[in-house]
Design a protein around this ligand. Structure first.
Ligand SMILES: *[C@@H]1O[C@H](CO)[C@@H](O)[C@H](O)[C@H]1NC(C)=O
Ligand SMILES: *[C@@H]1O[C@H](CO)[C@@H](O)[C@H](O)[C@H]1NC(C)=O
Ligand SMILES: *[C@@H]1O[C@H](CO)[C@@H](O)[C@H](O)[C@H]1NC(C)=O
Ligand SMILES: CC(=O)N[C@H]1CO[C@H](CO)[C@@H](O)[C@@H]1O
Length: 327
């Protein structure tokens, strides 16, 4: 139960054989690498559009980009660059084909500049993406993962303060929605990052906490996002945990950034490593995960990586951030 479910070579075999199945024609290239950027490029977050395009945010440049995974070969381009910012963080869809994106000033050398994060809207409905600012967030230290409570309310994780903030997309007003010890950074941690990724499923807010190595959930109000139940830690073995996604069957796929691995937490509570390993170059520094949402990529889990910038493979190897698909 605690051990990896299968090793790297078994996974590679699984990937190459499953890609060749006729039920999934032309969906992907033979390789499980969908797209790899130049080194250095830290992909921070990933979200899927309803047409299958993958939106990725870059943390070492203030860019939101798009990868077309079904192309031959897959291609990518820039959606928007935020010249008034240094980095891009979380992405979440809050209305059909309208995404919220966080951008602010973060560098791996100096960390976050408190109060520099802003929330933007990126609307794809007219064909050409229309970018507008929803709100500046001067009271937050910085924003990270995001989830939409409804089409007028966005929640984001302030990883450094260790709370969850809600933003009214109409007025731009932001207020702290959830505070609890399990959201806070552990004092003395190497990375003082508390709540990291967040997702809302079946009335629960699921959240990871990097410095505490936990994956947690709490029942929240559908109107106010206030916690209405007890805070449950589902696993405290999520070393290096970053962002995650939850499939329709309730399985959570969780990026373990510093150990170069993707873990899986089943609805029954079984936790195991499913892809990558500490010294493998399959997934250097996975940061976020998204489950495919079209017919063509049903059952596919995409992982985005930092290229190992926070912790090079065997202490030396880094590469450009990439998006990898597995089944
Ligand atoms: C944030 O970064 C932008 C773009 O580099 C810069 O113009 C701005 O002064 C920075 N703000 C702070 C408070 O560091
Ligand atoms: C990974 O690499 C490190 C540094 O080279 C080494 O100490 C460690 O034993 C390796 N671990 C595994 C599981 O191969
Ligand atoms: C580190 O890993 C990279 C990628 O697998 C490999 O090319 C390199 O030889 C390794 N270096 C050491 C010192 O193990
Ligand atoms: C591993 C770890 O830090 N676990 C902590 C998770 O958060 C709860 C508080 O909600 C602590 O009690 C655990 O020690």
């Amino acid at each position: 139960m605690h051990a990896p479910m299968f090793g790297l070579s078994a996974l590679a075999f699984f990937l190459t054989t499953s890609w060749a199945l006729p039920s999934r024609p032309h969906a992907f290239t033979e390789s499980n690498n969908i797209y790899e950027y130049a080194n250095p490029t830290w992909i921070e977050n990933i979200a899927a559009r309803s047409n299958g395009d993958l939106l990725v945010s870059i943390i070492d440049r203030p860019e939101l980009r798009v990868i077309h995974p079904f192309g031959h070969p897959p291609s990518e381009s820039e959606i928007h660059s935020f010249p008034e910012k240094v980095s891009c963080f979380g992405i979440t869809e809050y209305k059909p084909d309208v995404f919220a994106v966080l951008a602010g000033n973060y560098t791996s050398k100096n960390g976050i500049v408190p109060g520099t994060t802003s929330l933007y809207s990126v609307d794809f409905n007219s064909g050409t993406p229309v970018v507008s600012k929803i709100a500046d967030l001067p009271e937050s230290e910085g924003g990270n993962g995001m989830a939409a409570l409804n089409d007028n309310t966005i929640l984001f994780a302030d990883s450094w303060k260790g709370n969850v903030v809600k933003v009214d997309t109409g007025t731009g007003k932001s207020t702290v929605a959830i505070e609890h010890e399990s959201l806070t950074p552990l004092s003395g941690a190497i990375f003082p990052i508390g709540v990291n990724g967040i997702k809302i499923r079946n009335g629960y807010l699921y959240y990871s906490n990097l410095s505490r190595a936990t994956f947690n959930r709490v029942k929240i109000s559908a109107e106010t996002a206030a916690a209405t139940g007890r805070f449950e830690t589902l696993t405290d073995r999520a070393t290096g945990v970053d962002d995650f996604d939850i499939a329709t069957d309730g399985t959570a796929y969780i990026a373990l950034n510093t150990v170069n691995t993707i873990a899986k937490l089943s609805p029954s509570g079984d936790f195991g490593l499913i892809a990558g390993s500490l010294n493998s170059t399959l997934l250097p520094g996975p940061t976020a995960v998204v489950v495919g949402r079209t017919k063509r990529d049903k059952g596919v889990v995409y992982a985005a990586t930092s290229g190992g910038l926070a912790g090079p493979i065997n202490g030396t190897y880094t590469e450009g951030g990439k998006v990898v698909a597995f089944d």
